[in-house]
Write a protein that binds this ligand. Structure first.
Ligand code: TYM
Length: 322
């Protein structure tokens, strides 16, 4: 059983990335053949500064390893270290209908926000399909916003298999955890870099506190009862706290007499405690870039070997065999 997922190095990872995806990567690395990669080719559709891309990619590796990704169990690599995937992208592109890509929300949302689309942005889901299909992936842990791209992937795999009348590609399934599939940001909308509402996992302590304190709440006065179910502070608190802690805080919401400031402080303290080990590990990794690079190189070698096997199958099916 192959588990695979990718994450874009477009800036520092936030709580949405962690609870929606990274936590699942780690939970699935123990008993599965896990492949996780840093999607630097996808990031090129938004990051146009080479120093930034290199920096974000290095940070992404540090963050993933610090958060618990264990290179002795899972394979970690950079997308751009596996050229087989870009070749496979072309093979898939030739069976991709324009109308399929025109329906993709991620592309439509960007268009709606006035971002001029280039071919990279438009064909982004085809590269993503190649990422997944290149390794015979069965299970792909992702947040809700990527589910449609998984459907595109299945669609392309089926079309290719059908056209060439061979089972070249394995059909993957999305692995989505309902409670954390759409983590809200500081404004209550989905946490997303493009909405400017993110809380980054490894923000320095002072800045982190500031971000938690800035979470938007309603204007219920301090003395009055409050509804935990509709409040973003409580929604985020639930991600970090035990069931007992959750119900204790919910009781205080309902009783009244507690201001949102106090709830935010409790949330901040929980988050700090939750990531404290990861912070220490990150500091170590930051001082040992050679170890990190060696992990990425070893991961890439394993990934290339698998991708070559699948690419050869696909080439043979199309008549590109020699
Ligand atoms: P990306 O880099 O935008 O996000 C990485 C992962 O984080 C999840 N996520 C969230 N989950 C819950 N709540 C949120 N607010 C939230 N924000 C982000 C995303 O769903 C994702 O799982 N196209 C992908 C990267 C990619 C990929 C792949 C993923 C490239 N190739 C192959 C899987 C398989 C992306 O842009 O994710």
């Amino acid at each position: 059983m192959r588990v695979l997922s990718g994450i874009q190095p477009t800036g520092r990872f936030h709580l949405g990335n962690y609870f929606g995806a990274i936590r699942q990567y780690i939970a699935l690395q123990n008993n599965e053949q896990a492949f996780y990669f840093i999607a630097d080719l996808h990031a090129l559709t938004t990051v146009r500064n080479p120093a930034d891309l290199l920096g974000y990619t290095h940070d992404a590796a540090l963050d993933l390893l610090a958060l618990g990704l264990n290179p002795e169990q899972a394979t970690l690599f950079r997308q751009s270290d596996v050229p087989q995937v870009t070749e496979l992208t072309w093979l898939l592109m030739t069976v991709t209908q324009m109308s399929l890509l025109e329906k993709c929300h991620a592309y439509k949302d960007k268009l709606a926000r006035g971002i001029a689309a280039d071919a990279g942005l438009f064909t982004y889901p085809v590269l993503m399909a190649a990422d997944i299909l290149a390794y015979d992936s069965n299970l792909v842990p992702v947040g809700l916003d990527q589910v449609q791209h998984l459907e595109v992937t299945r669609d392309l795999a089926q079309r290719f298999n059908h056209i060439y009348q061979t089972e070249v590609f394995v059909l993957p399934e999305a692995h989505v955890i309902a409670e954390t599939a759409k983590v809200p940001g500081t404004d209550g909308e989905k946490m997303s870099k493009s909405y400017g509402n993110t809380i980054e996992i490894f923000e320095p302590e002072k800045k982190l506190r500031k971000k938690f304190m800035a979470i938007k709440t309603d204007s219920t006065p301090m003395e009055d009862p409050k509804n935990p179910e509709t409040d973003s502070v409580f929604t985020l608190y639930k991600l970090f706290a035990s069931l007992d802690e959750q119900s204790a805080l919910a009781d205080r919401y309902r009783a009244g007499g507690m201001g949102y400031g106090e709830a935010k402080q409790a949330l901040f303290e929980k988050a700090l405690e939750y990531f404290s080990v990861a912070r220490e590990r990150r500091a170590y990794l930051e001082a040992h870039p050679d170890e990190v690079e060696a992990i990425l190189q070893a991961g890439a070698a394993k990934a290339r070997a698998k991708a070559q096997e699948v690419l050869t199958r696909a080439r043979n099916a199309c008549g590109l065999n020699r």
